[in-house]
Design a protein around this ligand. Structure first.
Ligand code: CO8
Length: 261
């Protein structure tokens, strides 16, 4: 297994089919320095390619999911260096993952930390979670989706308020806004997130991938084009053995044995 310095990885779940990635720079509240992001990108890619893994969880610790991009690292960046070196390019590796990626957020999810959670497919939060886009406090703006994904989750007025004030908001409020899908006691968050991943893992990985692609398309196109995209994928499921197996199993009143094919 690869040796990581800024993250820890583990395979969890009763069937050992859940890839768990824990951000691990506790002294810096998991600030997302470049080496951390490189490791995260690699870990996500590896789990995505691993046939035994059904879903991936990204989490932090009880104090912080991630307190944002590493301010010390980017303090002296310039427009030229950002452009030349492709600052933040590693983020694509996480958003390109075909398998479901779930964020389990305890503590601070600020700036790039909030953006990392938002590029995951589902966000579960612990009661102590604190979200925010505080970039405005340090003279910049969100740079990894905060001005784009947040309005899609919570609407314009809330997103503007969050981005223009830099104020933090808690787990309950995040759930009410639709940013977070469920809130749990801090010490139950991870096991509940693993249960969610395991539930997803009972389905055909192939069909799960198609479903994820189709939902994501809702953020990329007009309704009409999105509905067409969905219909082609829906028709496409009929070219798979797993669709036949799923329906056969229903009719025969048994549990389907999906083959990822
Ligand atoms: N970058 C670097 N170091 C950090 C960061 C950070 N974002 N956040 C915390 N730390 C460090 C602190 O410097 C401190 O280190 P040290 O002990 O060496 O001084 C240590 O973590 C503990 O932090 P605090 O002492 O400040 O802990 P508190 O509990 O007092 O406060 C807060 C916690 C409120 C979370 C506070 O640390 C804070 O405000 N952090 C900064 C939050 C922030 O502004 N985040 C946005 C950063 S900008 C950004 O994310 C742009 C996104 C661009 C795309 C994403 C790129 C990856």
């Amino acid at each position: 297994a690869p040796q990581y310095e800024n993250i820890k990885i583990e395979v969890v779940g009763e069937k050992k089919n859940v890839g768990l990635i824990q951000l691990h720079r506790p002294k810096a509240l998991n600030a997302l320095c470049k080496p951390l992001f490189k490791e995260l990108g690699k870990a996500v890619k590896d789990f995505d390619a691993d046939k035994a893994i059904a879903a991936i969880i990204i989490t932090g610790n009880e104090k912080a999911f991630a307190a944002g991009a590493d301010i010390k690292e980017m303090q002296n960046n310039t427009y030229s260096s950002n452009t030349r070196d492709g600052f933040l390019q590693e983020w694509e590796d996480v958003s390109n993952c075909g398998k479901p990626v779930i964020a389990a957020v305890n503590g601070f999810a600020l700036g790039g930390g909030c953006e990392l959670a938002m590029l995951c497919d589902i966000i579960y939060a612990g009661e102590n979670a604190k979200f925010g886009q505080p970039e405005i406090n340090i003279g910049t703006i969100p740079g990894a989706g905060g001005t784009q994904r947040l309005p899609r989750y919570v609407g314009k007025s809330k997103a503007m308020e969050i981005v223009l004030t830099g104020n933090f908001f808690g787990a309950q409020e995040a759930e009410k806004m639709g940013l977070v899908s469920k809130v749990f006691p801090v010490d139950k968050l991870l096991e509940e997130t693993i249960k969610l991943a395991e539930r997803i893992g009972t389905h055909s990985p192939l069909i799960v991938k198609m479903a994820k692609q189709s939902v994501n398309q809702a953020y990329e196109t007009t309704l009409k084009t999105g509905l067409q995209f969905e219909k082609s994928l829906f028709y496409g499921t009929f070219a798979t053995g797993d669709r036949q197996e799923g329906m056969n199993a229903f009719i025969e009143k048994r549990t389907p044995a999906f083959k990822n094919d």
